[in-house]
Write a protein of this length. Structure first.
Length: 234
C-alpha cells in the first residue's frame, strides 16, 4: 500500500499458465463434443464441469477474471474456458426433437442462474452490462445443455410408437448423415418433425410418401422426444 492506495499486482505466473492450459482443454472438449462425442456421457460430463474449473481458478487467485478485459491478464483464456464448453454442450440438444419441454426450460433457467450467480460472486472485476448479459446467455445455454442431456440419457425407459408419414428427406453428405421430415398424429394432434436424423438403413427403406414409425420416449422430467425408426414387424 502506497499513499493509502492498494495497487494490484496481477495474477501470478502460475495462474496465467494454468488459465492458458484450461483454455486449451476447454477448446479440446468442445470440439470433442461437437465432432466425435464418444463416450457421450464422459465428454458431456467433462464439458459440464469445465466452467466450474474456471470459477475455481478465479476463487484461488482473485486477480484473475472470468470476463475478457484488456486490464485483466488471462481473462480472455478464462472467458474461453467457460463459454466454449457451455455452447458446445447446448448444441446436441438441437438434434433432439422434443414434443414438449416439460420442466426443462425452468430447470435450465435455474441451473443457468446458479452458474451465473456464482460467477458474479467469485469475480471481482469485469462488472459491465455487456459482460453480464453475455454471461447470462451462455449460463442458460450451459443449463439447457446439462438438463437436456440428462433428460435424454436418464429417461424413464417407457415409450410408445405411432405411425407417421415421410414428407421429405435429406440425403447424407460428407458432414451430416441422412434425415427425414416426418408428420404423425400424437394424442389427436398432427405434429411435424423436421430433419429427424436416421441411420442410412432407415433412410434407404423409407422414401418420400412412405410410412415410418415414430418412437416417443419420455425423459426424466416428463418431456417427450422422438426418433424415426422402421416399423416393427407384426
Amino acid at each position: 500500500m502506497i499513499g493509502g492506495v492498494v495497487h494490484r499486482i496481477g495474477p501470478s505466473n502460475r495462474s496465467l499458465v494454468a488459465a492458458g492450459w484450461l483454455a486449451v482443454w476447454s477448446v479440446a472438449v468442445a470440439f470433442w463434443l461437437m465432432f466425435k462425442p464418444w463416450p457421450y456421457p464422459v465428454v458431456t460430463t467433462l464439458a459440464a464441469l469445465t466452467p466450474w474449473a474456471a470459477i475455481r481458478m478465479v476463487r484461488r487467485d482473485p486477480e484473475l477474471s472470468l470476463f475478457e478485459a484488456q486490464n485483466n491478464p488471462g481473462s480472455g483464456n478464462l472467458t474461453l474456458s467457460w463459454a466454449m464448453p457451455s455452447i458446445a454442450l447446448s448444441i446436441p440438444s438441437f438434434q433432439q426433437h422434443f414434443v414438449d419441454f416439460g420442466g426443462l426450460l425452468a430447470v435450465a433457467a435455474g441451473l443457468g442462474a446458479l452458474l451465473w450467480t456464482t460467477m458474479l460472486l467469485v469475480d471481482t472485476h469485469g462488472r459491465n452490462l455487456m459482460a453480464m448479459t453475455f454471461a447470462a446467455v451462455i449460463a442458460f445455454a450451459w443449463g439447457w445443455g446439462v438438463i437436456s442431456t440428462v433428460d435424454v440419457l436418464v429417461g424413464r425407459g417407457d415409450f410408445k410408437v405411432v405411425e407417421g408419414l415421410v414428407e421429405d428427406a435429406d440425403a447424407p453428405t460428407r458432414r451430416n448423415g441422412p434425415s427425414l421430415y416426418v408428420s404423425a398424429t400424437i394424442n389427436g394432434r398432427r405434429e411435424t418433425f423436421d430433419d429427424l436424423p436416421v441411420s442410412r438403413g432407415v433412410y434407404a427403406l423409407h422414401p418420400i410418401g412412405s410410412s415410418v414409425c415414430v418412437e416417443i420416449h419420455k425423459g426424466l422430467l416428463g418431456s417427450r422426444h422422438v426418433y424415426a425408426v422402421t416399423c416393427p414387424l407384426v
